[in-house]
Design a protein around this ligand. Structure first.
Ligand code: SAH
Length: 538
């Protein structure tokens, strides 16, 4: 039996999706902070759960050549990076393995991913930075699985512009005694600083505020522009909701422009604060070029680009396609996409607002369908809609190997086989990885016939609300925390979701008030609700 504080000598055999290393003790899986695959270490057990345990490295007995100095004073307290103590080559190998394991175990395919495309620069690659603000008015990043801010104005992943603006804003908060937003009380003003930087080093700044104004906006503008003379615009984003979502829906331009222009794959794109744009520009170019290669375009194809955002992939595909239709649910992104096509003089693309699940009804018969969904992947209806259009190829771009692999298995039931796969490291030093899979249609007539008569098999699940045990299991697996139905119902209610009313009721009249969900569990439950698609991504 494992117990807290025990010491064990183990060999570290691999990594979890979150970058913890893995060992087994008498068949029980232990997740270890600060380990490197291949090492033999003495570990100290920190927490024991029913089927797993968590531990940290106490002493390294056999050191891996991949272990390195993290090179950051905030690591590992800051939750931004997961692999700083591992060489970049070791990190890339772990990420490729993760994609392969997901495809094999969840996707049921033995397809080998091609060589992972690593990033030339592992520092300063993020073109979008979001700094939360601590109660004491310090800017930094959240500790892993928490909302505690680790102060940091020198993050190595951010651009120098973002870090300089963060220092200026922190100084402004101090000088003018501007209160930071407090999640518990809902009081205070500044929630987040958001900085987007383009290839030329120009910056668009958004201050996310619990209200419509900030004190001394002119002085704040002056400080930001002095810290970063390349600033092109300062926007105030109003967000008064009790939510983890960073940006609200209302924006007011305090100074300068409300857009930033950037170039990608030789095109110019107009970016507004809320529009989605890949955070690593150089790797995004490689990702999109790889997606175009997987699409196998000859100039004759009709391409449907689902989840097209501001039209980046659509424009890249348009170079070698006959016609491209981009579909996107967010109205502002569709406007941006149209504007981007116009300013780049691309005439063989069009865009429409809509849900990807409805794409089969758009009267468009594509040769190639590209999908680039959010982390939760495709709904079974969307998988079916895509397959029902009978494209020759499907190019699936994904930021979550788990949901990608699940959808690969669903597509196989509809006669689409994964034929190529490559991981592209958009997020060096962190646990995140982007993957592209190309799926090809089985062409024999029998399978086409079967396909046309296809009815969903009983195990193709129609999306539904996850049960409390499912949420509980997900939180345990991904955050190592036990949460009660009471806590789950509290957090669901907080987000306006239907929750079982029988929880939260005192058992008798004189019973004490129900205990309130502690913050770390709240964060974990919210992550689960996001995972199951019940609340939006941050
Ligand atoms: N392909 C783009 C954007 C990918 S991000 C790029 O690489 O830049 C995913 C996009 O999907 C977001 O713009 C989001 O608004 C959109 N989206 C989310 N759910 C959707 C749905 N059900 N139907 C269509 N688009 C959706």
């Amino acid at each position: 039996m494992l117990e807290k504080n025990q010491l064990h000598t183990v060999e570290l055999t691999g990594y979890t999706a979150g970058g913890l290393s893995i060992a087994r003790i008498n068949g029980q899986v232990v997740f270890i902070h600060g380990g490197v695959q291949g090492e033999v270490c003495v570990i100290r057990i920190l927490k024991v759960l029913k089927n797993t345990a968590f531990a940290r490295v106490e002493e390294i007995l056999q050191r891996s050549a991949d272990r390195q100095d993290p090179g950051c004073p905030h690591y590992p307290a800051c939750g931004g990076c997961d692999f700083r103590h591992v060489s970049y080559a070791g990190e890339l190998a772990a990420k490729r393995q993760r994609v392969q394991d997901a495809l094999h175990r969840i996707g049921g395919t033995d397809l080998e991913p091609e060589e992972i495309l690593g990033c030339a620069e592992t520092d300063g690659y993020r073109n979008k930075c979001q700094f939360p603000v601590s109660a004491a008015g310090e800017l930094g990043f959240f500790r892993a699985r928490s909302h505690q801010v680790v102060p940091a104005l020198d993050c190595r992943l951010q651009t120098p512009q973002a870090n300089a603006i963060a220092s200026a804003v922190q100084e402004y908060l101090r000088v003018y005694q501007v209160p930071a937003y407090n999640e518990k009380t809902g009081k205070g003003l500044l929630r987040h600083l958001y900085v987007r930087t383009n290839r030329r080093g120009q910056a668009l700044v958004c201050l996310v505020v619990n209200g419509g104004t900030l004190p001394e906006e002119a002085a704040l503008t002056e400080r930001i522009r002095t810290a970063c003379p390349e600033t092109v615009g300062i926007v105030l984003g109003k967000n008064t909701a009790a939510t983890n979502v960073v940006l609200g829906n209302t924006f007011r331009t305090v100074w300068g422009s409300s857009f930033l222009e950037d170039t990608l794959c030789g095109y110019t794109f107009r970016l507004s604060v809320p529009s989605f744009y890949q955070v690593n520009r150089n790797q995004a170019e490689r990702l999109y070029e790889k997606a175009a290669e997987f699409a196998g375009l000859t100039g004759r194809e009709r391409v449907l680009d689902l989840y097209c955002g501001i039209g980046t992939i659509s424009l890249v595909m348009a170079r070698n396609a006959k016609q491209v239709l981009g579909v996107e649910v967010a109205a502002e992104a569709v406007l941006d996409a149209k504007e981007n096509a116009r300013r780049n003089n691309i005439t063989n693309v069009s865009f429409r607002q809509g849900d990807a699940a409805d794409a089969a009804g758009f009267g468009w018969v594509p040769d190639v369908v590209v999908v680039d969904p959010p982390r939760k992947g495709l709904s079974p209806e969307t998988v079916q809609a895509v397959a029902s259009m009978e494209p020759e190829r499907i190019v699936y771009v994904s930021c979550d190997p788990g949901t990608l692999a699940r959808d690969v298995a669903r597509f196989r039931e509809l006669r689409y086989q994964a034929v190529r796969c490559v991981a592209v490291d958009m997020f060096p030093r962190t646990q995140h990885i982007e993957t592209i899979v190309c799926l090809g249609r089985e062409l024999d007539r029998v399978s086409q016939h079967i396909y046309l008569d296809y009815e969903p098999s009983p195990d193709m699940k129609i999306p539904r609300n996850p049960t409390y045990p499912e949420i509980k299991a997900w939180v345990l697996e991904n955050h190592g925390l036990k949460v009660s139905p009471l806590y789950i119902s509290q957090i669901k209610r907080k987000h306006g979701l239907p929750a079982d009313e029988s929880y939260n009721k005192p058992k008798s009249e004189d019973a004490k008030a129900s205990p309130q969900c502690p913050p770390e569990k709240e964060v974990a439950i919210e992550a689960a609700l996001r995972h199951f698609g019940l609340i939006p991504e941050n």
